[in-house]
Design a protein around this ligand. Structure first.
Ligand code: S3P
Length: 459
């Protein structure tokens, strides 16, 4: 895919559904009794992997997409009532309704699918095997195997390297408390889901609050889930600071609900960045999830001098959402670190691009988790920012990026990482010359239609 600057971004855009919420709607819907109806479901490859896994375990799931749907609209056409995204119906069979899969479960590129599903599979009365693509088979799974094993789970890495494929012998689980060394919603959610099948209360303490979609949605389906922000950590090294702990009671009856998935702030992030960077832009992003455990990008952009206004603040089920009006702004460097990191972990690639065009030196720290995402995002962002002429230094837990120079087009290798591919597509709009994004179809993992939407608002 070749991209170069064409025109300021104008008009409005409905952002596709949130990936994390879409995954969870299928998983929890499958474990609920009755039919869960989901609208604005993200039809990206990752969420389709989750659907495929649950179908293999006997869950009837229908997916309709409106092929006539183009989510992008150019100015000045007003928003319509048309429902973008997929409509999914999950015919749940209750907590104990899954059946043994006949084949290996394939999570594709999706870490959320592998890690959350492992928590569910650990407590089933059948055996299963779970794997994914080449990237998934390199990502760390010990972070879920350790707490699951502490709950009595029989889960092993089949190649003995702490990665997928995972072999899971389903068994009765014990309630336990786990002090997680990482602020990871995938780890936390895995433990909470295993906790549904335990013989007592399960709890998990994180070093900082990660996204809380599982807690909100499980409660919405009827589970007894409670978050205590005032530290009950048993680990003295984690003490002093008030640490969030989530508790879940076992064996709830989950009841099917309707869910309208808010737009994904992690997908909106590319269009926020584009509108900020390209002079003369004014873009309205409709129905974006602004859950405070996910909105760090907005906070950082504002600290950089961004002109972003929240309009029509509302709720989509338990999830807060709003329209975002973004106007081009001149940006200055910032420092990004600490407890903010989990609230913008997936936005760090596009924030690194913003930093490359901002005045001054931006420091990203406390983000070592970037090494173990779909690619090593510290290495891959550093490699590609260097290609476009940006002075950047990789550090063990982040990057130091000196912005403000004029940057140029280059051949970008996103290492098949969707978020890197989209980040440099946006960098193209503010760089001289043309950017060539290799393997650009990797964007379909989280944002099918990304390039069409970009073209639609750059006219
Ligand atoms: C996700 C949690 C985050 C995030 C990922 C989606 C989720 O991962 O990076 O894209 O849906 O729970 P970690 O939990 O590993 O930080």
């Amino acid at each position: 895919m070749r991209i170069k600057y064409t025109a300021p971004l104008r008009g409005e855009l409905s952002i596709p559904g949130d990936k994390s919420v879409s995954h969870r709607s299928v998983m929890f819907g499958a474990l609920a009794e009755g039919t869960t109806e989901v609208t604005n479901f993200l039809t990206g490859a990752d969420c389709l992997s989750t659907i495929a896994c649950f179908r293999q375990m006997g869950i009837d799931i229908s997916l309709e997409t409106d092929s006539s749907d183009s989510t992008a609209k150019s100015a000045p056409s007003p928003a319509t009532d048309r429902q973008p995204g997929g409509r999914v119906r999950i015919h749940g069979k209750g907590l104990h309704g899954l059946t043994a899969p006949k084949n290996v479960l394939d999570a594709g590129n999706s870490g959320t699918t592998v890690r959350l599903l492992s928590g569910i599979l650990a407590g089933q009365m059948f055996d299963s095997c779970l794997t994914g693509d080449a990237s998934i088979q390199k990502r760390p799974m010990k972070r879920i195997m350790t707490p699951l094993q502490a709950m009595g789970a029989d889960i092993t890495s089949m190649h003995g390297n702490g990665c997928a494929p995972l072999s899971i012998h389903g068994t009765r689980l014990h309630g336990a408390h786990y002090d997680s060394p990482v602020a990871s919603a995938q780890v936390k959610s895995c433990i909470l889901l295993a906790g549904l099948y335990a013989d007592g209360m399960t709890s998990v303490t994180e070093p900082a609050l990660s996204r809380n979609h599982s807690e909100l949605m499980l409660r919405y389906f009827g589970a007894d889930v409670r978050t205590d922000q005032s530290s009950s950590s048993t680990d003295q090294t984690l003490s002093e600071k008030k640490l969030p702990t989530v508790f879940i009671s076992p064996e709830p009856t989950l009841t099917a609900r309707s869910i309208h998935v808010p737009g994904d702030i992690s997908s909106a992030a590319y269009f926020i960045a584009a509108a900020l960077l390209v002079p003369g832009s004014e873009l309205l992003l409709k129905n974006v999830g602004i859950n405070p455990t996910r909105d760090g990008m907005l906070r950082v952009c504002r600290a950089m001098g961004a002109d972003i206004t929240l309009l029509n603040e509302d709720y989509s089920g338990a999830e807060p959402c709003a329209d975002l009006l973004v106007r081009s702004s001149s940006l200055k460097a910032v420092e990004i670190g600490g407890d903010l990191i989990p609230t913008l972990i997936d936005e760090l690639p596009i924030l690194a691009v913003l930093a490359a065009f901002a005045d001054g030196t931006t420091i990203i720290r406390d983000a070592a988790e970037l090494h173990v995402k779909e690619s090593d995002r510290i290495a891959v962002m550093t490699e590609n920012l260097t290609r476009i002429g940006c002075p950047v230094e990789a550090t063990p837990d982040g990057m130091i990026i000196t912005g403000g120079k004029s940057l140029h087009g280059a051949v970008i290798d996103p290492h098949k990482d969707h978020r890197v591919g989209m980040s440099f597509s946006i960098a193209a709009l503010a760089s001289d010359g043309e950017m060539e994004i290799q393997d650009a179809d990797c964007v379909n993992i989280s944002y099918p239609g990304f390039f069409e939407d970009l073209e639609a608002v750059c006219r």
